[in-house]
Design a protein around this ligand. Structure first.
Ligand code: HEM
Length: 532
């Protein structure tokens, strides 16, 4: 109505006005034409890359869910080892072979947040975990995770080491008899408590309500995304309000906010008073090292920032991934019992050397000396990485790679297959070799080269379990430390064996592009007398 009135009020007799209106109209039409031409050009460029599953019917969906690696290899064969396209249920993605990894790793015009917006509905209510990191909050996120966390994470090792015994007691307890336990459930229970300690601090470590909400949300948010993907994209903004699983995640986000927001307000207020000099020395609170403070410190101007959304996001990033890694490490240990004694020998020798008491007082340097453990865990991650694809990104500009490969703006892409089973790089790549990275590290060092490339938390173009380049996992140092601490305690305190009557540990199978341990797999354990 208002626009219509404005249009009738324009004096079309006046040549200047007329020129102005015509100019605006031409500009707008030009923009629309430019947009559609851009899209047509992008579609034309992408159409040069073959598509591996053009029909996208029920059987394609089923195949991608159960045998994604096969589909990827088929795509590579179709494209003679070059880029190809794949439909994965959320749209068409460009798949780059690993030879491009180094070239694209640091391109700022490849955004992982934008990818999340598409695949994990970051703009929809309830998907807050995928929204808290975006281009507006980028600086605070980067400062919080890289600068603030980098400075303090080693200080979290002794408090974690102190708590692990009692955390394990809650999950495994003491038993002289062999007992059965669900591997994955035990891992998630231990991991979620330890991450709660490092991410939220001692006051929240035992907050059962947060543990329940964070654990349940970490599962439900992926179920909600998978459910939404089954709906037509035009209906999604409506059905998101009614689907039970989407209502559930909204309720969980609300609960998470109710639990943590008061603490966030307290921390922000304290930091502000500290900066203003309003806190006297005697009233100064002990330096808090958890992740709420990383971000409060990273935001000195108190810009709008979703601290609780960020916490949900970190719990999500940390809990599932770490639990999967721990479950696979235990699976590999049970499948290769010949490593048990050497791992224990290394551990007891190092702990005796540092004269650790009964609480096993670990610090960064002690963990660093567990070189066989480091190698064993990295080998387990090499064979069971979080996903069989890596570097999921969206191009925010047109990109042309050195060999002429064009990636039009807005293209969603990822690198596949992950190059960690390449026989040209890894001898007998399908065989579990717990000494592999220790040997590779020693070889490098003996040739005066940097053996650090083969440490558990290092990344390189051949070893992408933590992603690679600009968006590499910033939590890997912390995760590496607590995973080693937990594994060390498990090795010292318990004996493990396969269930009676079971011949082999079931490692689970991929679900889509993700690797998932078998959630039904159980093992037997009993307490042992630690030599230390
Ligand atoms: C064993 C445990 C972990 C594994 C295997 C792991 C692995 C990964 C991988 C593969 C990515 C890239 C994800 C993608 O495809 O978009 C990633 C990103 C990320 N991880 Fe981890 N992660 C672990 C633990 C943690 C922990 C403990 C934290 C937090 C303290 C964390 C924080 C993050 C964040 C914030 C990102 C996004 C980085 C960005 O987009 O720049 N991760 N992680």
């Amino acid at each position: 109505m208002c626009t219509a009135n404005t249009l009738t009020m324009i004096d079309y007799q006046n040549p200047t006005t007329l020129a102005l209106v015509a100019g605006v109209a031409i500009f707008l039409v030009g923009k629309v034409v430019q947009y559609y031409l851009g899209r047509a050009r992008a579609a034309w460029i992408l159409s040069k890359y073959p598509i591996v599953n053009p029909e996208w019917n029920a059987s394609d969906r089923e195949r991608l869910l159960n045998s994604s690696q096969e589909v990827i290899l088929e795509g590579l064969a179709l494209a003679n080892g070059g880029p190809f396209r794949i439909e994965d249920g959320s749209g068409i993605k460009l798949v780059l072979p690993p030879k491009y990894i180094d070239e694209i790793k640091d391109l700022p015009q490849l955004s992982s947040q934008n990818y999340n917006v598409k695949d994990f509905f970051a703009n929809y209510p309830g998907f807050d975990a995928f929204r808290s990191s975006n281009h507006k909050t980028e600086v605070i996120w980067t400062r919080g995770l890289k600068r603030e966390m980098a400075g303090v994470w080693p200080l979290a090792i002794p408090p974690m080491a102190k708590e692990i015994s009692s955390i394990l007691d809650k999950t495994y307890g003491q038993t002289d008899e062999w007992k059965e336990i669900g591997v994955y459930n035990a891992c998630i229970s231990v991991i979620s408590r330890i991450t709660q300690l490092v991410l939220l601090g001692e006051d929240f470590m035992n907050n059962e309500e947060w543990k329940r909400v964070a654990t349940s949300y970490s599962v439900n948010v992926f179920r909600a995304a998978a459910t939404l993907h089954q709906w037509n994209k035009w209906l999604r903004p409506i059905v998101v309000w009614y689907l039970p699983i989407c209502r559930q995640i909204r309720a969980e986000v609300k609960q998470a906010r109710a639990i943590l927001q008061p603490e966030v307000v307290k921390r922000v207020e304290y930091r502000k008073n500290e900066r203003d000099g309003a806190i006297k020395d005697g009233q100064r609170r002990r330096r808090v090292l958890d992740s709420i403070d990383w971000f409060v410190a990273a935001n000195p101007d108190n810009k709008p920032f979703d601290y609780v959304g960020t916490q949900i996001s970190l719990a999500l990033a940390a809990n599932q991934t770490s639990s999967n890694v721990l479950a696979y490490v235990l699976g590999d240990l049970i499948s290769h019992p010949e490593y048990l004694q050497p791992l224990r020998d290394e551990l007891t020798a190092v702990l005796r050397d540092v004269k650790a008491g009964p609480g096993y007082e670990f610090d960064k340097a002690t963990l660093h000396r567990l070189v066989l453990m480091d190698s064993f865990m990295k080998e387990s991650m090499r064979l069971h990485p979080p996903a069989n694809i890596t570097m999921r990104r969206q191009a925010t500009e047109d990109i042309r790679l050195a060999d002429g490969t064009e990636i039009p703006r807005d293209t969603y892409l990822f690198v596949a297959p992950v190059p960690m089973k390449d026989p040209a790089v890894f001898e007998n790549p399908d065989v579990f070799d717990g000494y592999r990275f220790l040997r590779m590290r020693e070889q490098q060092t003996s040739q005066n080269q940097d053996g650090g490339k083969y440490h558990l938390v290092s990344t390189s173009s051949d070893l992408v379990m933590w992603d690679y380049g600009l968006r590499v996992c910033p939590g890997r140092f912390l995760a590496g430390a607590y995973l080693k601490l937990i594994f060390a305690h498990l090795l010292l305190k318990y004996d493990f064996q396969l269930l009676h009557g079971q011949n082999a540990f079931n490692m689970g199978k991929p679900q889509g592009f993700m690797t998932r341990p078998d959630k039904e797999q159980k093992l037997m354990y009993r307490s042992r007398k630690s030599p230390i």
